[in-house]
Design a protein around this ligand. Sequence first.
Ligand code: UVW
Length: 321
Amino acid sequence: MTDAPPTVPALDDLLADAPTNWGKWGPDDEVGSLNYLGPEQVLAAARLVRSGKVFTLQRLIGDPKGDPVWPGRTPAERTQILDESTWDSPDAPQYPGGLHYADDKINAFLQGSTQYDGLGHVWYGGKIWNGYDARTTIGGLDKASVEPIAQRGVVGRAVLLDMARFRGKETLDKGETFTHEDLVACAQAQGVEIQKRDILIIRTNFLQLFFEQGEAFYEGFNEPGLVYSPELVRWFQDMEIPNLVTDTIANEVTTDPNTGVALVLHNALMRNLGVTLTEIADLEQLAADCAGDGQYAFLYVAAPLKVAKGSGSPVNPVVIK
Ligand code: UVW
């Protein structure tokens, strides 16, 4: 006799009693928990600027060493359209004064690099963030696209939680999990407090393995990250966390080890609470600097691109210490 295959619960059942913020900011809201970041939070974050050190968190698009992307997506392709060789041809455009110039374009997944997700990027049960019908995503997100997030921008106090360093590892392992309690312990070890309405930036350094392993990186793909529990979701809700930023492709352990469900937190946090997700950040220089100067809380500024109906957008977040 063989064992019956394990039953994976539907998200509808798993999250049946999970909290939501639907309606909290009105029936037309499309930016969710970013509403927690107002002028008071911006001014408090600006007061953290001490040394004037600046860090940019975007990965290179079109990295010659490869672009780590979610399985099924392809890296960006940049094509040169015009360059000096264009003017080798007698048919080249001629401009008064002899102007020559370079032009190029990219063909890219909007979620194929460091990115903000629109709140309508994932769903279950036929409803996206704020209860909008999932059919509003057809042909482009009419509701909760990345555009309203880009229109408002994201500015606030952020805290780096260096889970790899906290666990004494170069990188976290495939499928390795941690909880909100681990985040609090990590913060404590770093000498910083996670405050209400903080943007959380979590470092695993997992993508170093992409650059070391190449295609083998995708075998049994299961990124490390936060793991779902009702307590963790309640903690995010109580702490009014507006934005979760990680250096992994999808912000959380890919497959929940307790239930087998994929990307539970995308749904429990983003779809239900309106927490904005930011993925594939490059945290290496920032983390090294934080380990050096001990300043783990700082001003964070991000402006994703204004892409009409986009489910996500590339971004180059900036941290200022
Ligand atoms: C998915 O949700 C599938 O991908 P992302 O990592 O862009 O959120």
